[in-house]
Each structure stands twice: as C-alpha cells, then as structure tokens.
Ligand binder design. Structure first.
Ligand SMILES: NC(=O)c1ccc[n+]([C@@H]2O[C@H](COP(=O)([O-])OP(=O)(O)OC[C@H]3O[C@@H](n4cnc5c(N)ncnc54)[C@H](O)[C@@H]3O)[C@@H](O)[C@H]2O)c1
Length: 418
C-alpha cells in the first residue's frame, strides 16, 4: 500500500494513547491517526494535542465513533476489557482491520465468534500479545526450536505481579473486580498462556487451577487503617498510596503508574486524586474480588506438563521460566533479560538478551515491535501467516485461561479440551 494507513483509536488511555499512539506518531510516513474516541474528555483532549486531529474527529465514546461511516482502515481497540467484544464485532462489521487489546473478549464463545467473524469478513485482527515480540521470548523460542535442549517435557513459569502492581491495578485499579473487567487469569495471564503455547508449539489437553484472594480483604486491615491512605494511622504499610505514588513521581516523573492516577500528573494533581479517586483507597477497603495468587497446571497434547504461578507476593515484578527438555534446561529471567542454557553434562552458557537488540522500551521492546509488524501486515508487506498474533492463534490462550478459572471455581477439577 502506497498511501498512509488511516487509524481510528477507541480508548485513549494508557494503551491507546500513551503507548500505541505515541509509537505511531513516530511512524508518520506510514500511518496517520485520523479519529479518536474516549468517554473521558481530558483523554480526548490529550489525544488531540498529541496527534493534531480536529475536534470533529473526536468522539465521546467508541460506540459513537462506530455509528459513523467507516472512518479509517484500522481501528485500535484499547477500551476496558468488557467493551472489546461489542466494539470489535461492530468494527469488523464495518470492515475495519483491528489491533485488538487483550482480552479478545471475556467469554469463550465471544472469543470464538470474533475469530470466525474476522475470517468470514476477510479482516486482519492482531491481538496485542506483546510478549511474543520481545527479543527475550523470541530468543527462547529460537533456542527451543533449535532443539538445543531436546524435547520439552516440563515448564515452570512464574508471573511475579509484585505487591505494588497488584495494589495499583488489581486492588484499586481498573482490573480489581472480575465482574467489571475479567478474571485475573484471563486479563493478566492470557499473555502467559499464549506464550507457553507458542513457545512449545503444542496445544493444551487439560488444565487445572487453584487460587484465591488471600490478603486484600477488609478483615486483614491493620490497626489504625482508614478508608483512604491520606487518613491512615497504620504503621509500616507497604501499600500506602501516598508514600508509593509520591515517591514514584519523584523518582520517574509523569510516567506509569502515576499517570494513571492523574492525567499528566504533578504532585498537586496526584494528591487531589489520592484524596478523591480510586487509587487513594486503602487496599483493605476496596471493591476488589480478583485473586492475588493462583497456580495453573497444563497438560499438553504430548503429555508435557506446565506449572504456572501468578502471584502478588513478590518484591519485584517480572516473569521467569524454567524449561526442562530431554537434553538440557533453560532458565530465563525477563527482568534481567538473561537466558541460562544448561546442556546436560556440559558447561552452562548465559545469553545476555540486551546484546541482541537495541530497543527494550515498553514491555521489553514488545510494544514497538508489535505496532511495527501490524503496520507491515496492514500495508501488505507481510501476509497473515507472517504475523505472530493473529486472532485465530490467540483464541486458544483465552480458552485455556478461562478453563483455568472454571477449574479454580470448581475446586481444581480439571477442564479437558477436545
Ligand atoms: N497488551 C498488554 O500488555 C496490555 C497492557 C495493559 C492493558 N492492556 C489492555 O488494554 C486495554 C486498555 O487498558 P489501559 O491500560 O489503556 O486502560 P485505561 O483505563 O488507561 O484506558 C482505557 C480508556 O478507555 C476509555 N473508555 C472506557 N469506556 C469507553 C468507551 N465506551 N468508549 C471509548 N473509550 C472508553 C477510558 O476512559 C480510558 O481512557 C484493557 O483491555 C487492558 O486489559 C493490555
């Protein structure tokens, strides 16, 4: 395609605006943002300033934008989880190609339906499984596919959500309540299910799971706590919002996560938001219900097993992975960007992934590469088979995550896939 790709953005928050639109603004020879929608006027105004689109191209909701005749080639769907299904469906019916934030939808039949709709209408839909695009996971995939550790028999994977990230997103924030967003194992860990299936190249036969909300409940509130951290008298609480967000602001400026607490924050705006908004609430007095720890067991089609843990109870964030093969083992730490290759009976070799690429910004370099590849796909420079995360490939990760939740709610009873 010779002309620029025209893009409409639905949901101009952290992903739609701060991540994808900023990346796209550096690709102006190839792409042009022509319309945007958000229910928050401040976000829309931010989008107008960032992209220069006229007020007439700004819509008060994705639904309103979708009522218009087709405005662009592509729609970015970056609204909250529960909006994805109806918006993606309406956008596909209007023949938009989509960059669709995960989760595809919150129910299994909706995920399948959207995948089938994309296929029947010949639309390109890429789901934002950013991890696949990181140099870290690409190197692990290369190593596994090279056969250096033989046949993969067992994987132990861990998603260390970290105590403050749990408090920010999953106790106070938008993903705190499964009835308002989706269950933790889908919203946070469909990425992990996706990466485990992609790395092994295998399908899942059975899944079982345990987990619960252990800490962030009213009965665990310490003495002296109050509904809001500004009024709290409890001592030594690592979840104190005022201490946390102010010190993060002083350390990193208007970055995530403080730019979620207040748009374009300064100390005054942050304090106002902590006095009145959701992020100033005591972690023991929120309307949260998603789990803070969960284990998931997968049995793959060839009998290989995977044991995955998601936990809030870590000091630092990041994913780790131990891949056990018949000839050797990989130990992989995403935060450190290192992969230890341990061929049985031979000397260990450590791969420093930072030496393999230049850009590790945004999800370990995944955000920018995802957008880059999506643009190549839409411009026809690569085919659908060349893209890493088309919707038909992504659906299984969602079915496994939803199966894990079904199992957890049934006390760990395995869910079998046909
Ligand atoms: N791929 C990833 O790694 C990744 C990371 C974070 C979030 N996400 C997903 O991206 C999506 C957006 O997350 P976020 O962090 O940007 O959240 P956010 O809250 O920062 O942004 C969502 C935006 O959507 C707007 N919105 C709500 N309802 C709307 C509607 N009907 N029409 C238009 N706009 C509407 C909100 O006002 C907000 O600005 C979520 O589904 C989330 O699960 C994916």
């Amino acid at each position: 395609m010779d002309r620029k790709i025209r893009i409409a953005v639905a949901g101009c928050g952290s992903r739609g605006q701060d991540t994808y639109s900023k990346i796209l603004m550096n690709m102006q020879d190839k792409a042009e943002i022509v319309a945007a929608a958000d229910i928050d006027p401040e976000k829309l105004e931010g989008m107008r300033r960032l992209t220069g689109i006229p007020e007439s191209a700004c819509y008060a909701s994705a639904e309103e934008m979708l009522e218009q005749p087709r405005l662009a080639d592509v729609m970015l769907i970056c609204t909250p989880d529960r909006c994805h299904y109806t918006e993606a469906k309406a956008a596909l019916e209007k023949d938009y190609d989509l960059l669709l934030e995960k989760p595809i939808a919150t129910q299994a039949d909706q995920c399948r339906e959207l995948s089938e709709l994309a296929l029947s209408r010949g639309r390109k839909v890429v789901v934002c499984h950013v991890l696949r695009y990181t140099p870290f996971y690409q190197e692990i995939k290369r190593l596994i596919d090279s056969g250096i550790i033989g046949r993969v028999v067992n994987i132990q994977a861990m998603e260390q959500v970290c105590y403050w990230h749990q408090a920010h997103s999953f106790v106070r924030g938008n993903w705190r309540n499964a009835d308002l967003s989706s269950c933790m194992i889908l919203q946070k860990c469909c990425h992990d299910m996706d990466i485990l299936l992609w790395l092994t190249g295998k399908h899942c036969r059975r899944v079982s799971s345990f987990g619960d909300l252990s800490l962030f409940r009213a009965e665990n509130a310490p003495e002296g706590s109050a509904a809001r951290c500004v009024d709290c008298k409890a001592k030594d609480c690592p979840y104190n919002a005022v201490d946390f967000y102010l010190s993060e602001y002083r350390r990193t400026g208007d970055e995530w996560p403080q730019n979620v607490v207040a748009f374009a924050p300064d100390e005054e705006k942050l304090m106002a938001a902590l006095r009145e908004g959701p992020y100033g609430r005591c972690v023991y007095h929120c309307d949260n219900n998603v789990v803070d720890h969960q284990v998931v067991n997968l049995e793959l089609e060839d009998g290989a097993t995977v044991n995955f843990t998601m936990t809030a109870f870590t000091a630092h964030g990041g994913r780790t992975l131990r891949v056990g093969g018949t000839m050797g083992e990989l130990y992989c730490e995403m935060k450190a960007n290192t992969i230890r290759v341990m061929r049985y009976g031979q000397e260990d070799q450590v791969i420093d992934v930072r030496k393999l690429a230049d850009d590790f910004s945004g999800h370990g370099g995944g955000d920018a590469r995802l957008v880059q590849e999506f643009m190549e796909l839409i411009r026809g420079e690569i085919g659908v088979s060349g893209t890493l995360t088309s919707i038909d490939r992504s659906v299984e990760s969602h079915l496994v995550a939803l199966g894990a939740e079904e199992s957890r709610l049934a006390g760990g009873k395995p869910v079998v896939f046909a």
